[in-house]
Write a protein of this length. Structure first.
Length: 565
């Protein structure tokens, strides 16, 4: 299913006659620009090959033609307009140096923040191994209800959070979110029963909802469309590292049971909530508004010099000119929201968001509880969850790199269903006489599934086209993902344990259906692109330009837009 995918505007044009643009000590004309790839990493060693590092890295775009330049020129309100320069040229050496700097200063902190999110979002799993349910006089169905309420509130908060983030800026809103949910998380130290448990689940969902699309929006300010999926893959690796760290932290913290007459899980919530609160407070100082706004009283020199800012801004806009549609403190209105909700071209991705994780959600949610039911003690159950987490992190990165390698989103995301289906069938065949280690091996493989969600997030973002639409579509997509998690949280029921035969039958059916949906999505976008290509190529260059100058179509509705699939 490998396919050359194009998500930015396609414009037919002849080479420009402009020349004499500055490239440090070199000159390069717009007519010399070619679609080139950066020097690839060597097979041995960690460095890149030195060949072509001084070649022109500036990619051809709509800004190289005098007519289309004015069509896509960034407006004065765009916060990076002062660094926009269609004549800017730079080398791969300069670009790779800038990307490394962005990786260390933007992606790394995003990684740390997501680590903090998952530490507080999933520590209920470790608490379950310390008689959490029994201490609060609850059962499995109460836990399911708590998880469902958490997901529901998380879902409800998605879009409002994005609206606030777009208005005040993700650099302000994300740290506020983190501080808020950290306080709620550490307050779980004082849980007293079913009512307080359900209340904190709701509050955590409200506080954490929208965090992920907020961070994705923030990272899109710095990265091109092709670079974002693998960065998001590393972003979600922190999910797995948080699970590993949480397992080891829980091994020590849960042994505090009895200290001052308190259960060990209470100290778990208190300590981990305190750690994420520290990260949230630091985030106020670690997130500049954008690539040209990194200077502050505590950072007088900023992160980038003028040359680096020019490279960042122009490489991002050349990849996707629509990123200048809105500035980073501009709010969204009701009309924009309705236009995205009614955009049927994105509906297949929303359906995949709803269903793609359902087949693996119940085994993952009940992993530690299932291990306790198999006879493993608290420490063993937590430590035995580590191999699946390590495997999941590896397969996550493999899916991200595979997506970049084949440049096909369907090929990179359908692998989750192909991975899970035979394992779920094997799990369904188990009975009461099956070895606990055989059960453990299969469940470990299932919960170590390739996490393709980062690729699908970037996929939805690419097919949304503009900032104003991708901001909303990211929230809607994530709302469907959370709805899917709610479905998955209720498939394993108390009357079906410990083997959950009925639940596993349902998971097998959903997994098979998902494979069909991915194939449908592939042909859906392929057909749309072929139709648009046929119409666009039937027009003369003058007709194409007249369309761009007069059309009211926006974002992915434009005839020269191509969907990725």
């Amino acid at each position: 299913m490998a396919h050359v995918l194009v998500s930015r505007p396609v414009v037919s044009r002849t080479p420009s006659e402009k020349d004499g643009f500055s490239l440090d000590e070199k000159n390069a004309s717009a007519s010399e620009l070619e679609v080139t790839q950066p020097p690839k990493k060597q097979w041995c060693g960690f460095g890149r090959s030195k060949a072509d590092l001084d070649a022109i890295a500036t990619q051809p775009s709509v800004f190289d033609d005098a007519t289309t330049l004015e069509t896509y020129r960034p407006p004065a309100a765009y916060e990076n307009t002062h660094r926009f320069d269609p004549a800017a040229r730079w080398t791969w050496r300069e670009e790779l140096r800038v990307i490394r700097k962005i990786d260390w200063r933007v992606s790394l902190w995003a990684f740390i923040m997501f680590f903090a999110l998952d530490l507080d979002r999933t520590n209920i799993s470790q608490a379950n191994t310390d008689n959490f349910l029994q201490d609060l006089n609850m059962n499995t169905n109460d836990l399911n209800l708590g998880n469902t309420l958490f997901r529901l509130c998380f879902l409800i908060a998605e879009l409002p959070s994005q609206l606030v983030s777009k208005k005040v800026g993700p650099d302000v809103w994300i740290p506020c979110q983190m501080v808020l949910w950290s306080i709620i998380s550490l307050a779980q130290f004082w849980l007293s029963g079913r009512g307080s448990f359900l209340a904190t689940r709701c509050l955590l969902g409200f506080a954490q909802g929208g965090f992920i699309p907020d961070v994705v929006l923030y990272m899109s300010y710095f990265y091109t469309t092709k670079e974002l999926p693998i960065r998001l893959a590393w972003f979600w690796v922190s999910n797995y590292l948080a699970s590993i760290a949480a397992a080891f932290m829980a091994t020590g913290l849960l042994k505090l049971r009895g200290l001052h007459g308190k259960a060990g899980w209470r100290y778990l919530f208190l300590v981990e909530g305190g750690l994420t609160l520290a990260v949230g407070l630091c985030s106020f100082f670690m997130m500049p508004p954008g690539p040209t706004q990194t200077k502050a009283w505590y950072r007088p020199k900023g992160w980038f010099n003028e040359r680096e800012e020019t490279i960042i801004v122009n490489r991002v806009l050349r990849d996707d000119p629509t990123k200048s549609d809105m500035h980073n403190r501009q709010g969204l209105n009701v009309k924009m929201i309705l236009s995205v909700i009614t955009d049927w071209r994105l509906w297949p991705l929303y359906v995949l968001g709803l269903l793609h994780m359902v087949p693996v959600t119940p085994p993952q949610t009940y992993l530690t509880l299932s291990l306790r039911n198999l006879g493993f003690n608290t420490t063993e159950a937590n430590l035995l969850s580590v191999p699946s987490t390590v495997l999941g992190g590896i397969t996550l990165l493999m899916a991200g790199y595979f997506s970049e390698l084949v440049n096909s989103r369907v090929s990179a995301t359908i692998v989750l269903q192909l991975w899970a289906l035979p394992l779920l069938i094997a799990l369904y065949t188990f009975n009461a006489h099956t070895s606990q280690w055989a059960y453990y091996a299969v469940v470990t493989l299932i919960t170590g599934f390739p996490y393709v969600h980062p690729v699908q997030v970037a996929w939805a973002s690419s097919n949304s086209s503009s900032v104003r639409t991708r901001t909303i579509s990211a929230s809607i997509y994530n709302m469907f993902v959370q709805a899917g998690a709610m479905v998955g949280a209720n498939i394993y029921r108390d009357d079906d344990k410990p083997l959950y035969k009925r639940g596993n039958r349902v998971l097998i059916g959903i997994c098979a259906m998902n494979i069909v949906l991915y194939v449908f999505t592939y042909f859906f976008y392929r057909t749309l692109n072929k139709r648009r290509e046929r119409i666009w190529n039937s027009w003369t260059p003058k007709e194409q330009q007249d369309y761009l100058d007069t059309t009211e179509d926006q974002g992915n509705k434009k005839m020269n837009f191509r969907f990725v699939y």
